[in-house]
Design a protein around this ligand. Structure first.
Ligand code: ATP
Ligand code: MG
Length: 536
């Protein structure tokens, strides 16, 4: 629903009040992170397709529940006795509607008091109570109804979440009511496909089976044997990797690029477990294109980019993967039973061999060994402090020092400019005359946001120019610079109003003045996100 956020909050209006969507979703970082589960249960992916219907101040709870029940029981013909629904424990309205609409027995309309039934997009933004629909895959599968101790099993699987957006969380921690009540629903295509194809696992559906067969053919393995999970992981990760790259994300050590790198390296370790020591994942792209290329033409238009990016990363990491795994084996052999892997070892694997922490954790999962994550973080902090000390001695202090603090506080800026020239961002820091400030009312200043479509050149060249506008101010961006490699700094001139930290604003690049190199402008000319919305 991120793309509709401003419509929900009333900051933007469109000429339609209802929409349906089929959209790509990645859950491998941030608030919704399913990476650890992928490959080990039947229902979580790093990348999946979410189907949804939306109302912007049009229909609300009653209609949304009616529509969902009709689709599930009439269109999909799923028998009622295999369904259960949840409601937020105080949401009597939803409970009563479900009673009336579904006729489900009381014990199949389950009150949930946790955040599972209170949906939040992120720390800020629209939110509200939600109601989820679950399907029973049968008593032969371990698991229980939502709210029971066995709820995490794969028997009762959530297929559809109906969110009744009534509130908005603001950056100052307060919660206000939305001016208009909205509906936002999400159904996982892979989960509903499994049900409609009469199989239990998403990985048993046709599209995954084709990918898994291709993996088993290359590796010469039995996809249903003891290494089944590794086949599933690679099939899953191939999709996430390919779509992220197609959307302009490239592997790097921070931000989205690191989410991608983690997924890629995790997939590579599983390929290694299948006994494949040479790059193989890039070879699977044609099978993915066959399965999904018709719906997602970017798999073809960005074929070279996807293939080469994967192959290069496979080659690069392949050189250290083997050595790192040997080191890991040696360290495990030394561990007394029940002990954790030390933070120092996990950090050495990270720093010297390029093992993301979750790859090490994944490698130890089957052996039921944990990693001392606190110890790992201490090592990481130590290294950062060391880098800072070295940098501080390099001469160019003064004004620049401010950026170290900002980088520590705000992290890397997410660059959105491969796909869009206009986007919302949250102002994370403001700098005027070399000092960090909370607000700016006039003159020249620098602005850092959590994300931006503005491209920041390194080393003296001109970055993107354009405007930043919010309800409270308007500023001209006359240059965009990069500090400490990953902090994108908008060099601004205030036109009117007051800009404040933590405020949301709209960032728009001036198209006429794009100064980016060929590679970027090439990506630019390709159509952007055509998969978002289909007004009804
Ligand atoms: P779960 O509790 O199973 O992780 P969720 O509550 O996190 O699900 P929602 O955030 O409500 O899921 O997302 C809406 C729908 O998207 C879910 O009902 C499910 O069908 C699908 N979905 C969510 N996460 C995943 C995932 N990682 N892989 C595949 N489908 C998913
Ligand atoms: Mg989840």
């Amino acid at each position: 629903m991120v793309q509709f956020k401003n419509i929900f909050t009333g900051n933007e209006t469109r000429d339609y009040k209802r929409a349906t969507t089929s959209q790509k979703s990645v859950r491998a970082g941030g608030k919704h992170n399913d990476l650890d589960s992928v490959g080990y249960d039947v229902r979580h992916h790093t990348f999946f397709e979410m189907l949804g219907n939306f109302s912007f101040g049009d229909y609300f709870k009653e209609e949304a529940i009616n529509y969902a029940w009709e689709v599930v029981t009439k269109e999909f013909d799923i028998p009622k006795d295999r369904l259960a629904v949840t409601v937020y424990h105080t949401d009597e309205v939803a409970r009563n509607i479900w009673r009336k609409v579904s006729g489900l027995p009381e014990d199949r309309i389950i009150n949930i008091a946790t955040k599972d039934n209170f949906w939040q997009m992120g720390d800020t933004g629209p939110c509200g109570y939600c109601s989820e629909i679950f399907f029973d895959h049968g008593e032969q599968v371990w698991g229980g109804l939502p709210g029971t101790p066995e709820e995490d099993g794969d028997r009762w699987i959530e297929i559809w979440n109906l969110v009744f957006d009534e509130f908005e969380d603001l950056p100052d921690g307060s919660r206000i009511e939305l001016k208009q009540k909205c509906i936002d629903t999400g159904m996982g295509l892979e989960r509903i496909s499994a049900i409609l194809q009469g199989v239990h696992s998403n990985f048993e559906t046709d599209m995954f089976q084709h990918l898994i067969k291709a993996i088993a053919d290359i590796a010469n393995t039995d996809p249903n044997g003891p290494l089944q999970a590794s086949h599933n992981v690679i099939a899953d990760h191939l999709r996430a990797i390919s779509f992220l790259i197609a959307d302009g994300v490239l592997p790097s050590n921070e931000g989205r690029g690191y989410v991608l790198r983690r997924i890629m390296r995790r997939a590579m370790r599983h390929a290694y477990m299948l006994g494949v020591k040479e790059p193989m994942i890039y070879k699977l792209l044609p099978v993915l294109q066959q399965e999904m290329g018709e719906a997602y033409p970017e798999l073809y238009t960005r074929e070279t980019l996807i293939k080469e990016t994967i192959e290069i990363e496979e080659e690069r990491f392949g050189r250290t993967l083997d050595k790192g795994l040997h080191l890991l084996d040696e360290e495990i052999a030394k561990l007394p039973s029940g002990a954790k892997l030390s933070g120092e070892t996990a950090f050495r694997l990270y720093d010297t061999y390029g093992f993301p922490l979750d790859l090490t954790q994944d490698a130890l999962k089957n052996k039921k060994i944990e990693v001392d994550v606190d110890g790992f973080n201490v090592c990481m902090e130590k290294q950062k402090a060391e880098a800072r000390k070295n940098w501080a001695g390099s001469g160019d202090e003064g004004v620049e020092k401010v950026w170290y603090g900002i980088k520590d506080k705000c992290g890397a800026t997410e660059f959105l400019g491969y796909n869009t020239l206009k986007a919302d961002g949250e102002i994370k820091a403001l700098v005027q005359d070399g000092q960090e400030v909370d607000a700016v009312t006039a003159g020249k200043f620098e602005l850092v946001a959590n994300q931006t479509p503005f491209y920041a050149e390194r080393g003296g060249q001109v970055g993107d120019i354009g405007t930043i506008i919010s309800k409270n101010f308007k500023a001209e961006v006359y240059d965009t610079k990069r500090k400490l490699d990953t902090v994108f700094v908008h060099c601004c001139k205030m036109i009117e109003g007051e800009a404040k930290v933590d405020e949301f604003a709209n960032f728009e690049v001036n198209k006429e003045n794009l100064q980016r190199d060929d590679f970027l402008s090439q990506l630019y000319t390709l159509d952007r996100c055509p998969w978002y919305t289909l007004p009804v």
